[in-house]
Design a protein around this ligand. Sequence first.
Ligand SMILES: C[S@@+](CC[C@H](N)C(=O)[O-])C[C@H]1O[C@@H](n2cnc3c(N)ncnc32)[C@H](O)[C@@H]1O
Length: 399
Amino acid sequence: MLPTTIPTELLSAQPAVLTFSNPLRKGAWSDSDVARFGAPEQPRRVVVRRADTIRVEAFTQRQSFTTHHDADDAEAVLGTLWMSGFRQVLMQTPSEDIQVLRSDSRVTLRRTAATRTAWADLTADRAKQRPLSPEHDAALLHALDLATTDGTILAPMADKYRQLNHLITTALALPCVQAGTPLHIIDAGCGKAYLSIALVHVLRRDGRDVSLLGVDTNPHVIAHAQDVVQKLSMPDCVFTVKTLRDLWTQPPTPPTGHAVLLLALHACDTATDDALMAGLTLRADAMLVAPCCHHYVQAQLAVSTAPAAARLLLDDGITKERLGDLLTDTMRRDIVRAFGYDAHLQEFVALEHTMKNILLKAERRAYVATPNLLRVHESAVTWGVRPKLLELVEANTEM
Ligand SMILES: C[S@@+](CC[C@H](N)C(=O)[O-])C[C@H]1O[C@@H](n2cnc3c(N)ncnc32)[C@H](O)[C@@H]1O
């Protein structure tokens, strides 16, 4: 039984952001909690933003549910969340953070310096808003060659604009971004860095302390990205000509106290494996990776070594290619999981835009220096393949 009375310290601060995490039970969630917070099951995490009104965002395994409550209901809302059995609560206020840990018999409070800098629009319903809009972000959209000077989206760039909003929304929901602490973004194979520059812009607009390192082998795209951030007066955005292998063999040092978010969009073939290797080496707090051009595993698939029941998939080029894509990405996901990440593959953009529509989303829960790769080895043996990321981690981590 966890201690039942919520500490008064958690009830008194406003404005405040309270993050309830580490639930005691998985799956159980009373009918009245369902009615109050909209989530059909015990969320893994609940973020309460408390200002003139209260906004509660409950994150289950796959979805988030947002509800709004009157300021007068603070005690009831917070008390109910406390009773529903989270072991950990972080309360961020403008003057201090309070970390609350609950064991079976006690509640421990730890006060530390304030980490959150963004206090504007605390309870606005962001879910309904696009992070980027022609009305508010014309200069950025124009600098990224997506819009005219007045913000009108150029017709050929409409898909890209939609994708950007979708990806930024995904990034904003990551726990390390939600936490409001300083953030360092690494864009691996950044190209013209549309996404990372736009993400920095959105976070800065919210008052966040955020820095960016973009890495690419192509000096022309690096020069272009440098030019864009200079035009937009965005300090702490650095772009450098390097390989993604350099990124993990000579990892950069992120600014002290910054959470690290690694992005890698469409890094060709095994460059995605180098990007993931960099994320693992840097113990990134989160990674968003959209792979493309999966040649490495595909080239190893052969009728002679594939499981007999799956040989029909290798008869035609198109099915062999898709099988290679899926094997590569599911094994990448499992390798990342073995290092202590909560990793999932999800849809990235609608299929009508591209067949390459898988996004690997990984959030660090713990870090495991000696990963258990048994499941990956079983898949590798079954299919007679050896993915690049498996080679990299085995050659470069203590097993
Ligand atoms: C298809 S583009 C994607 C650019 C950008 N991420 C985007 O989604 O708009 C792939 C980029 O990865 C870079 N790239 C590919 N392999 C790389 C490697 N091994 N090291 C660094 N950059 C690499 C290429 O130069 C190119 O700019």
